[in-house]
Design a protein around this ligand. Structure first.
Ligand SMILES: CC(=O)CC(=O)SCCNC(=O)CCNC(=O)[C@H](O)C(C)(C)COP(=O)(O)OP(=O)(O)OC[C@H]1O[C@@H](n2cnc3c(N)ncnc32)[C@H](O)[C@@H]1OP(=O)(O)O
Ligand SMILES: NC(=O)C1=CN([C@@H]2O[C@H](COP(=O)(O)OP(=O)(O)OC[C@H]3O[C@@H](n4cnc5c(N)ncnc54)[C@H](O)[C@@H]3O)[C@@H](O)[C@H]2O)C=CC1
Length: 283
């Protein structure tokens, strides 16, 4: 099977990045969200990223226009009726994802692959909401998508080998490096990364050091490009909390309990960069 047309669901920070790299690689892309405002915000991010590449001489204005021409927008899921692949990047919530996958199963052509960019939720459970579990797979991009090389590819219990192969080939065609992992809570990336971020939040909560000191230790001491609290703000504190809850519930182990301070910030609506305030404040 050849992938030509892709629908990306969710025009947030991940969905807009995924749509951008797909369009840059020559795929036809439909960027879908609940409201036109949200889709427009996503398109705005893509436009800004492409303009930066034009300014830096990596793209011509004509190439930018060709890439933008590969993109169409949608607020009606029925537009999935003629796509070969859906990449879902809506919020990290099982109820929302299973509802979307059940609807997509009815709308998308029989040959279409349904992929999720979930950062921690079980692919097998998402697949069970459809009548095509062999065509459901995890395609976990990293943030910021245009920059980060990795895509974790997660096989659900029923994922077919041919489907895995199509997704692996497509990932390479985006200039990314696929890494195969099995379906366990948090996969590999967030099984390791998120407990570190959660521990950094506990370190702040317990008054071991200031937020700046915690970040500086990890940046200068461990050569991390961002300190863990800056990274949490960058990922989104809501997403961090959902991932910790998935790890705690999925493994039934309280060593993954989310820090109460993380919960408090999410309840306050301080979700990090995307809301202008998290551990730090942003313009
Ligand atoms: C939660 C999950 O499920 C999984 C995840 O994604 S976890 C998060 C994984 N990501 C990380 O860990 C990111 C850690 N941070 C970094 O690697 C770096 O800080 C960074 C790449 C984000 C920025 O790098 P930096 O050197 O500090 O800043 P800067 O010089 O401004 O940017 C480097 C390049 O990235 C680009 N860039 C930075 N942010 C970007 C964004 N949001 N979108 C697109 N491009 C971006 C810049 O344009 C710049 O490009 P060029 O060098 O080609 O001009
Ligand atoms: N933020 C990160 O660093 C990473 C996030 N992810 C995963 O990607 C997904 C999206 O995360 P972000 O882009 O950060 O979130 P975000 O909050 O920036 O964007 C989510 C978008 O999905 C839309 N949406 C919500 N419900 C929808 C529905 N039913 N139909 C269509 N659109 C819907 C929202 O309107 C919003 O625009 C989550 O599953 C997250 O776990 C994966 C890798 C990294």
């Amino acid at each position: 099977m050849k992938v030509e047309k892709v629908m990306v669901i969710g025009a947030g920070q991940m969905g807009s990045g995924i749509a951008q790299v797909c369009a840059q690689a020559g795929y036809q892309v439909v960027l879908h969200d609940l409201k036109q405002d949200f889709v427009d915000r996503g398109l705005g991010i893509i436009n800004k990223n492409l303009s930066r590449n034009v300014d830096k001489g990596r793209l011509t204005e004509e190439q930018k226009q060709v890439i933008l021409g590969q993109l169409t927008t949608s607020t009606d899921l029925k537009n999935a009726g003629d796509v070969d692949l859906v990449i879902e990047a809506a919020v990290e919530n099982m109820e929302i994802k299973t509802k979307l996958f059940a609807e997509l199963d009815k709308i998308a052509p029989a040959h279409a692959i349904l992929a999720s960019n979930t950062s921690s939720l079980p692919i097998t459970e998402i697949a069970a909401a459809t009548t095509r579990p062999e065509k459901v797979i995890g395609m976990h991009f990293m943030n910021p998508v245009p920059v980060m090389k990795l895509v974790e590819i997660i096989r659900g219990l029923a994922t077919a080998d041919e489907v895995y192969q199509v997704i692996e080939d497509m990932t390479k065609s985006l200039g990314k490096v696929p890494v195969e992992v099995n379906d366990f809570p948090g996969f590999v990336s967030n099984r390791i990364l998120m407990p570190m971020i959660n521990e950094a939040i506990y370190t702040l909560y317990e008054g071991v050091a200031t937020k700046e000191a915690i970040d500086e230790v990890m940046k200068l001491g461990m050569n991390h490009p961002m300190g863990p609290l800056t990274l949490a703000d960058f990922i989104g504190l809501d997403t961090c909390l959902y991932i910790m809850e998935t790890l705690q519930e999925g493994f039934g182990d309280d060593k993954y309990r989310p820090c109460p301070l993380l919960r408090k910030y999410v309840k306050a609506g301080w979700l990090g960069r995307k809301t202008g305030r998290g551990f730090y404040t942003y313009e």
